[in-house]
Every structure is written in structure tokens, then in C-alpha cells.
Design a protein around this ligand. Structure first.
Ligand code: GLU
Length: 442
């Protein structure tokens, strides 16, 4: 990149002091992701015209739609789908249901999907979408109607070879089943079956893949295992603190417990809990299923957000919202390694502090790619009308995560850069190569 690019760091600063249990994610995620891209583009000497293409999503779709509530009233909802880049394959990425969803957040998350797929050599591009509302405040029937109405509004903009949604925060296999069913019903009878792979992360009964539900957590653990080998760090007997106990956090905790790593603290939107003797992740997951939160779990002691970030532990896994680790949190962390289960959990100033303190970060686009990797396997199984055994999915995922980890580590060592910069640089190089070989038309 020859010329100085417009500064991307403007609003990517940490807010002063968030209230306990309240995320510090008000900064602009798109700025944070673009800042990583800017650094990586400089490192690989990216051509300016390609860089400029990649700084903007191809399409930004906003839909407003009415949904009937259980009491007979109608409420308007605002939904987004951002399609960042599709040079390596169809747009791919989750759908988020959360009250803080914004266009800028979707832009940042969509771009992160482009880099994630490119880094892991998955033939997909990047996309992300969401609806700005709190799913916890709605009945199952309302959630179904919201999902179906959103799918209908987006139907002309997604497709099994064009843009393929998946679960993200606030959505799950049930949401994806409704999305699939609505889309399949809109399609003509002859094409119906080929439409099944318009979405991944479906339940197994509806065409989902074995292993998809645990895949993101499993991928985080594969990266930790590889990092531990490189650092002669015996996982057995170590401790972990995990922010967020949804799909990613709970599966990471369960799989780590099989390796002898005990969960000493966790938390969610209601607050944080700790137990130095270890929290049973299976019982805790059951508790969350029943009550919607970890907070009042009887074997945990409530602690503040500040105490959570300062807790004694060997491994820290952010698995909640973006922008949770600013310089302040990074200064208090006791862990030796941070494995990013969430997308964009670390602010640039948090990264600086972790680097200065010698705490390794396994970056999001490396560590949380297990989900999109098994989404790709699901899409392939649907396309070929196949069913893969759990072991086949598990082996492929393990091979893929380990290969990418090694690639990133070797790049980082050779170029003397941190893992995040190495991960972005590998993704950018793959995309730049495709642009250079195809040319920019016309
Ligand atoms: N939402 C997940 C992510 O951020 C999964 C995306 C997918 O499976 O397409 O990586």
C-alpha cells in the first residue's frame, strides 16, 4: 500500500468505565476490523486499489418489516444483511439477534467473516446480518414469526450459491430451521430441495451436520492445544475464565474440562460468578437452559466485572460481545493466553497492552472459525446429498484448524509479528492473489 489510508482508529477507543455486566462494545467494530486490515495490508504491500475495494462491503441491505405479536398488536423490526466480499465464494456468515445490532457492527462482522474464510482457505466470502431486538423478551411463536418475516424480506438477496446465513449470538439451530423452511417454501417445487443449503447450522433432523453445534468451541480448543504444545504448557490442571456462556463459551468449557482444565469464572449479561474449586460446565449449561443465565447458579459466588477480569486463571476466553477487552481489562488479566471465541472482543488499545505484557492472543479469525468450517461441511453434505459421520466431521475440523494454526504461527515467527497481524496478512494475501489473477473488471 503506497499512500496513507484514511485513519480507521477514530472511534475504536474504549469507553470510560462500563457498568458491571454491561459490555464496553459501543466503539465501532468496523473501525477495529479495518484497522487490523490496514496494518496487514501495509505488511504485505497490498495494492491500493484492492485495499480500497476491501475497505467497503459490496452490499449493505436494511429491511424494515412488521410482525404480529402474541397480543394481536403489530411491531416494526429493523433487520440488516451486509455482504462484504465474495471473490473466494458465496457470502457467508451468521445472523445475530440482539438489541445492540447496528449496521456498523454488521459491517465489521461481515468483513471479519471474509478474513476468517480466507485465512482458513474455506471457499466462502464474508457476510453478516441481524435484527435489532432482544430475543429474550419474545415468545417462541413471536421469534418464529420474526424469523420468517425477516427471511421473506431478505429472500431476494440470499441464496444457496450466493449468500448463506448461519447462527450467531441470539440465534440457534431452531432459527435456522425456520429460515430454511420459509426460503424452501418460497422456491418453486422443482428447486425446493436444492434450497436446503441456503442456511447452515440447522438441526441434524433438518439437514444440519453432526458436530456443528460444538464446532466453534471445539475449534477454540484445537488452537489452545496447539499453542500449549508450542509453549510446553501442560493443559491438565490449568484453569480458564470464560466471558459468555452461550454456544461458544459453554462448549469451550465442556471440551476443555475433558482435557483437565477447570472453569473458575464465567459470566453473561446478568453478571459474573466464580468458584476457585471449579464450576461444572455441564451442570452450568443445564442451569442456563432453565434460567437463561449463569448468574444465580448455586455453586458460584457473584463477582464484579472488574474482579472477573482480574481473576487468577491460566487461560482467558472471551466468548461474548465485541470490544470487551480494552487497555484496562488487558492490564488486569492474569492469564498467559487469550483465545478469542467471540468476534472482535479486543480493542486496539487492549491488544497493545497484551502485546507489551507478553500475553499471546489467538485471534478471533483463527480461533473461532470452527463454526464456519463445519458450516462449510454442512453445505457440502447438503449439496451432495450426503451424511458424514461425526468422526469424519471431527477429524476434518481438527486437521483444518491445526493446519491454519501452524501456518499463522510460522508466518508470525518469520515476519516477527503478532498472531493477529499474521492471521490477517495470510487472509489478505489469498484475496489479493485472486484479485490479481482475475483482474478488476472492466
Ligand atoms: N456466526 C459464526 C461466526 O461468526 C458462524 C458463521 C457460519 O457458520 O457461517 O463465525
Amino acid at each position: 500500500m503506497s499512500k496513507k489510508q484514511p485513519a480507521a482508529e477514530s472511534s475504536a477507543k474504549s469507553p470510560a468505565s462500563p457498568a458491571p455486566g454491561e459490555a464496553a462494545h459501543k466503539a465501532n467494530l468496523n473501525d477495529t476490523v479495518n484497522l487490523h486490515v490496514e496494518h496487514a495490508a501495509r505488511l504485505i504491500g497490498m495494492r491500493e486499489e484492492i485495499y480500497n475495494i476491501l475497505m467497503h462491503p459490496k452490499n449493505e441491505i436494511i429491511v424494515n418489516f412488521p410482525v404480529r405479536m402474541d397480543d394481536g398488536s403489530y411491531r416494526m423490526f429493523k433487520g440488516y444483511r451486509v455482504q462484504h466480499n465474495n471473490i473466494l465464494g458465496p457470502y457467508k456468515g451468521g445472523i445475530r439477534y440482539h438489541q445492540d445490532v447496528t449496521l456498523d457492527e454488521c459491517k465489521g462482522l461481515a468483513a471479519a467473516m471474509t478474513w476468517k474464510s480466507a485465512l482458513h482457505d474455506i471457499p466462502f466470502g464474508g457476510g453478516k446480518g441481524g435484527i435489532k431486538f432482544d430475543p429474550l423478551k419474545h415468545s417462541r411463536d413471536e421469534l418464529e414469526r420474526i424469523t420468517r418475516r425477516f427471511t421473506h424480506a431478505l429472500a431476494g438477496s440470499i441464496g444457496p450459491e450466493y449468500d448463506i446465513p448461519a447462527p450467531d449470538m441470539g440465534t440457534n439451530a431452531q432459527t435456522m430451521n425456520w429460515l430454511m423452511d420459509t426460503y424452501m417454501n418460497i422456491a418453486g417445487a422443482l428447486d425446493k430441495n436444492a434450497m436446503r443449503r441456503v442456511v447452515t447450522g440447522k438441526s441434524v433432523a433438518c439437514g444440519g451436520s453432526l458436530g456443528r453445534e460444538a464446532a466453534t468451541g471445539q475449534g477454540v480448543v484445537h488452537c489452545l492445544v496447539e499453542w500449549a504444545k508450542d509453549h510446553r504448557f501442560e493443559l491438565q490442571g490449568k484453569t480458564v475464565a470464560i466471558q459468555g456462556f452461550g454456544n461458544v463459551g459453554s462448549w469451550t468449557a465442556k471440551i476443555l474440562s475433558q482435557l483437565g482444565v477447570s472453569l473458575v469464572a464465567t459470566g453473561d449479561y446478568k453478571g459474573y460468578i466464580a468458584n476457585p474449586e471449579g464450576l461444572n460446565p455441564h451442570k452450568l449449561a443445564d442451569h442456563v437452559k432453565k434460567t437463561g443465565s449463569v448468574f444465580d447458579y448455586k455453586h458460584g459466588t457473584p463477582i464484579s466485572r472488574d474482579d472477573f477480569f482480574a481473576i487468577e486463571c491460566d487461560i482467558f476466553v472471551p466468548a461474548a460481545l465485541e470490544h470487551e477487552i480494552s487497555a484496562k481489562e488487558a492490564r488486569s488479566l492474569k492469564a498467559k493466553v487469550v483465545a478469542e471465541g467471540a468476534n472482535g472482543p479486543t480493542l486496539p488499545d487492549g491488544d497493545d497492552v497484551l502485546r507489551e505484557r507478553g500475553i499471546d492472543v489467538l485471534p478471533d479469525i483463527l480461533a473461532n472459525a470452527g463454526g464456519v468450517t463445519v458450516s462449510y461441511y454442512e453445505w457440502l453434505q447438503n449439496k451432495r446429498s450426503e451424511r458424514w459421520e461425526a468422526q469424519e466431521v471431527a477429524e476434518r475440523l481438527e486437521r483444518s484448524m491445526k493446519k491454519t494454526y501452524a501456518l499463522m504461527r510460522d508466518f508470525a515467527e518469520e515476519r516477527k509479528v503478532d498472531f493477529r497481524l499474521a492471521a490477517y496478512a495470510i487472509g489478505l494475501e489469498r484475496i489479493q492473489k485472486a484479485y490479481l489473477e482475475r483482474g478488476i473488471w472492466p
